[in-house]
Design a protein around this ligand. Structure first.
Ligand SMILES: [Zn+2]
Length: 135
C-alpha cells in the first residue's frame, strides 16, 4: 500500500492557482505522470457546474484516458476543489470513488486553509490521507 503521493511542485502550484481562479464552482480533472510521479494536469469540465459536487461526463473521461494512453502516461490521480468547507472527502466523494489506486486530491481556495492541497486514497467507502511529496 503506497501512502505517499509524489507530485511535481508545478502541479501543486497549478492546482491551487486554478482553485483560486474559480472559487465559486468545484473544478475537477485527472492527474497523470510517469514512474509514479504526477507531472501532468488534465483539466475537465464539471458537468454539474456546482459549488458542492462535480462530475466528469463519460465522453470527456474517455477522451482523457485515450490521451493518457497515447502519451504513455499513467493515470495517478483525480482532483477537485471544495469551494466551501473543509478539503476532506465528502460523503459523495467516498461513495463515488471508482479508482482505488488513484490519489484523490482535494483543494481549498480559501486563504485560511492550513493545508490547501490534500490527497487521499479512497477505497470501499473509506479514505486514508496520503502524505504529499513534492518530487
Ligand atoms: Zn468533494
Amino acid at each position: 500500500m503506497i501512502d505517499v503521493a509524489r507530485v511535481r511542485r508545478a502541479v501543486l502550484d497549478r492546482l491551487l492557482a486554478e482553485a483560486r481562479r474559480e472559487p465559486r464552482l468545484e473544478y475537477c480533472g485527472l492527474l497523470a505522470g510517469r514512474d509514479g510521479v504526477i507531472s501532468v494536469v488534465l483539466p475537465a469540465r464539471n458537468a454539474l457546474a456546482s459549488a458542492t459536487a462535480y462530475e466528469i461526463e463519460p465522453a470527456e473521461l474517455f477522451s482523457l484516458f485515450r490521451r493518457m494512453r497515447e502519451e504513455r502516461l499513467e493515470h495517478l490521480g483525480i482532483y477537485h476543489s471544495h469551494p466551501q468547507g473543509e478539503n476532506a472527502p465528502s460523503a459523495s466523494d467516498l461513495g463515488q470513488a471508482y479508482y482505488p489506486e488513484a490519489a484523490y486530491f482535494i483543494i481549498s481556495p480559501s486563504e485560511d486553509a492550513s493545508r490547501p492541497v490534500r490527497a487521499f486514497r479512497i477505497a470501499e467507502g473509506r479514505a486514508a490521507e496520503l502524505a504529499i511529496e513534492a518530487a
